[in-house]
Design a protein around this ligand. Structure first.
Ligand code: 5AD
Ligand code: SF4
Length: 496
């Protein structure tokens, strides 16, 4: 990585939208530091994995990747583990994968430039002097000894081999957000904006409060400035991100009145040039009626709310420490259904949480019927380190979890058939996301977040990122089919 040749990096991202967006910021930071992004591990000097630890399977993936490419260390390539597995496993990663040189959790990304500089200087100096060294940051100790939000100051530890070890592991008490002007967004039309980081909810199964730290909101002024900047660059579709956007708490707003989440949502929707605003993810306990009122009042706010329920059984919700009952959840659903607009509702469900009986599970099934979701993301419970649920008894055998998952998915699929069928004959606006040449179709997304695959008249070529009007002609459980009526930005020739 030294000499005149430009330094290169490869980055692979696992996990949620927060991780995808964090990676856009990490890429921007690396480009700013003079690195060039490459498409393959083989081309890269520095190989980074932005990891997810929400379930065990996701966590295992990164260790498989590290094992697959270990041999490339002999060519001088360096490896870094970022994100939730980095934060969760910390320095244990160096033991499990000694070829890793950098371990950095999401709360420490703002220190990446210094860490990269360290990585480079150690490589040069250490290699030249033939001296093995281990380095770490001041904030890399266990939470009990680690004060909040420190910058990094490298420390040389006892030398135990020819290892370069740099860690950025700010503990959960950090107050800092990762704000950067160098975000390298991958899509030129739709983009994410983080409004809140971390989570203070501590649901019994969830590792996020430990891996992403405590809740901290950006100022609404800063969020709005980013939205305006994106609109100026031609973005029309914005998704506000946070583990729990509903507990958004505007820090200061320069002495002016602080904005609530619903007010921020509305303000982003009113930014000139923005046509669509979404937000994810919501916690039912903090989900206010004012959000539904904002959706009704501001046309650019999309007709979609993702409201994770996790279980339809109040007994299970209590065990999961979700802070609401089935009844309270259904009240929120009633607010959404009472809106003037036809708001699509999606959710997350966990099956097989410790102690879940057949009767609890059947309450989840009945909730699916009662709500009539447009989509459900369902997961088998996966025990996670540090979480309160680890100490619960009554583990459900994997076979049982798998069966419940299958039953739930089949039920939801069945319920989605009539839900999607009701759109047949309606005329909707879609944002064009791409093309499926094999099928002669374009791929569109509706305000309700449904995929609508459509055909266009001969000679019409809708452009990606444009908005077109489509009549829905058929439906499937997971998508709609239609024909374009009006173009919002078609080219006369086929796009290359
Ligand atoms: N096991 C299974 N699913 C989980 N989720 C979070 N933690 C776990 C876990 N330990 C699911 C929840 C959450 C979604 C993002 O992931 O449903 O809403
Ligand atoms: Fe995890 Fe619960 Fe926080 Fe969501 S609200 S990130 S499930 S702890």
């Amino acid at each position: 990585m030294s000499g005149d040749r430009q330094k290169t990096f490869y980055l692979e991202t696992f996990g949620c939208q927060m991780n995808v967006h964090d990676s856009e910021k990490v890429v921007g930071t690396l480009l700013q530091e003079g690195y060039r992004q490459v498409e393959t591990v083989e081309q890269a000097d520095l190989i980074l994995y932005n990891t997810c630890s929400i379930r065990d399977k996701a966590e295992q993936k990164v260790f498989h990747r590290l094992a697959d490419y270990k041999k490339l260390q002999a060519q001088g390539k360096k490896f870094g583990v970022l994100g939730c597995v980095a934060q969760q496993e910390g320095e244990k990663i160096f033991e499990r994968a000694p070829h890793v040189s950098l371990v950095c959790g999401s709360a420490s990304y703002r220190n990446l430039p210094q860490m990269l500089a360290q990585l480079e200087s150690i490589q040069t100096d250490g290699a030249q002097a033939g001296e093995p060294a281990i380095f770490e940051t001041a904030s890399s100790r266990s939470p009990a000894f680690s004060p909040a939000g420190r910058g990094i100051s490298p420390t040389t530890l006892p030398r135990t081999g020819s290892l370069i070890r740099i860690t950025g592991l700010d503990d959960r008490q950090t107050d800092a957000c990762f704000e950067t002007e160098f975000t390298a967004r991958t899509n030129p039309h739709r983009g994410y904006i983080t409004i809140i980081e971390g989570c203070d909810k501590f649901c019994a199964y969830c590792v996020v409060p430990y891996t992403r730290g405590k809740e901290r909101s950006r100022t609404s002024d800063s969020v709005l400035a980013e939205a305006r900047q994106m609109a100026d660059l031609g973005y029309t579709d914005i998704q506000l991100l946070g583990q729990n956007v509903n507990s958004y708490n505007d820090p200061t707003n320069g002495g002016r009145k602080k904005r609530s989440f619903a007010e921020l949502l509305a303000a982003v929707g009113e930014v000139s040039g923005i046509k669509r605003v979404r937000f994810t993810t919501s916690h039912p306990r903090d989900f206010g009626r004012d959000i539904v009122e904002a959706i009704d009042a501001v046309p650019t706010l999309c007709d979609h709310v993702h409201l994770p329920v996790q279980s339809g059984s109040t007994r299970m919700l209590d065990a999961m420490q979700r802070l609401y009952t089935r009844q309270q959840y259904l009240e929120r659903i009633a607010w959404i259904k009472a809106a003037k607009r036809d708001i699509a509702i999606t959710t997350d469900v966990i099956v097989g949480f410790p102690g879940e009986t057949e009767s609890d599970f059947s309450e989840t099934l009945s909730l699916l019927e009662e709500v009539g979701y447009d989509g459900v993301f369902s997961f088998k419970y996966s025990p996670r380190p540090n979480t309160p649920a680890l100490s619960l008894h009554d583990a459900i055998p994997d076979q049982q979890k798998a069966r419940r998952l299958e039953v739930l998915m089949a039920k939801q699929r069945e319920l989605q058939i009539p839900r999607n069928r009701k759109y047949v004959g309606s005329i909707v606006e879609v944002m064009v996301e791409g093309q499926n040449p094999a099928r002669g179709q374009w791929i569109g997304r509706t305000s309700q977040n449904k995929t609508l695959n459509f055909t266009a008249a001969a000679g019409k070529f809708p452009q990606t990122g444009s908005y077109v009007t489509v009549i829905v002609t058929a439906s499937f459980p997971n998508s709609l089919v239609g024909e374009m009526l009006q173009d919002g930005g078609c080219t006369k020739t086929a796009p290359m």
